[in-house]
Design a protein around this ligand. Structure first.
Ligand code: HEM
Length: 144
């Protein structure tokens, strides 16, 4: 009887349903892999600075409320990457309505974001994951 109990215990411990062991990086949210809110804030500061200097799109930001825009971008990226924030800004269609932004302008902004991510040495995987989270917003942003 004892042997049976021991076998059952061993089976339960070792022979139970196989648990997939993922590499540590895959278990962490993108938010954590980016370095949390402080790192996202630093990237957004740098990114918006680049947009403001980028001749292809700087005029678009001439009348922008830059501190507010930065705050909204941090919230948005934090939420989209699985962080604890709640985005409190406008939806993307409403925020860009009437601007009639072109694909070239969208690409310029993405290049500026990539420049900021490169400057902070964010690895390719995290860059791709972030751009993958923002990319689907494009149809709501361009030609509005
Ligand atoms: C993935 C691409 C983009 C994202 C995630 C994004 C995100 C945002 C967010 C979160 C806001 C703030 C909304 C609010 O105030 O509630 C905003 C506003 C704005 N965005 Fe975008 N945007 C994108 C592309 C673009 C592009 C391509 C341009 C122009 C080249 C642009 C120009 C602006 C401007 C001018 C504002 C208003 C700023 C203000 O009036 O204070 N955005 N965007």
């Amino acid at each position: 009887m004892r042997t049976f109990a021991l076998c059952a215990l061993l089976l339960a411990a070792c022979g139970g349903p196989k648990q997939e062991t993922k590499p540590a990086a895959a278990q962490k949210s993108l938010y954590d892999r980016l370095g949390g809110e402080a790192a996202i804030t630093a990237v957004v500061d740098n990114f918006v600075g680049r947009c403001a200097k980028d001749q292809r799109i700087s005029a678009r930001f001439a009348n922008a409320d830059v501190p507010h825009l930065k705050k909204m971008l941090v919230e948005q990226i934090c939420q989209a990457s699985g962080g604890p924030c709640k985005y409190t800004g406008k939806d993307m269609k409403t925020a860009h309505k009437g601007m009639n932004l072109g694909d070239d302008e969208f690409d310029a902004l993405v290049a500026d974001l990539k420049g900021a991510l490169d400057e902070f040495k964010v690895p390719a995987q995290e860059q791709n994951d972030l751009l993958g989270a923002l990319g689907p917003m494009k149809p709501d942003i361009v030609h509005q």
